[in-house]
Design a protein around this ligand. Structure first.
Ligand code: ZN
Length: 81
């Protein structure tokens, strides 16, 4: 996984949803504190519902790895490079 790309994609989604800078910072801290063997948390579910919903990685497509949240049905397109 392209971690800087994933972080940038998550931040863009959160900003689109009008998350505050505090909410964004809280999510980043949570993301970075998650154990490596844990699933990557959905930024929308964590920030707006206070829940950890693990994202599922789908097959790469057009240079992106789609990460899907089965709880809120949101898809996060993470660039591969
Ligand atoms: Zn979600």
């Amino acid at each position: 996984m392209n971690e800087p790309g994933m972080l940038a994609a998550f931040l863009a989604y959160l900003e689109q949803r009008n998350a505050t800078q505090d909410q964004i910072r809280t999510f980043i801290v949570y993301l970075k504190s998650a154990h490596r063997d844990e699933s990557v948390p959905c930024p929308i579910c964590y920030t707006f519902r206070g829940r950890h919903c693990g994202l599922t990685a789908l097959h790469e497509k057009d240079g992106y790895t789609p990460l899907v949240c089965l709880a809120c049905k949101e898809t996060f397109n993470v660039p591969m490079q």
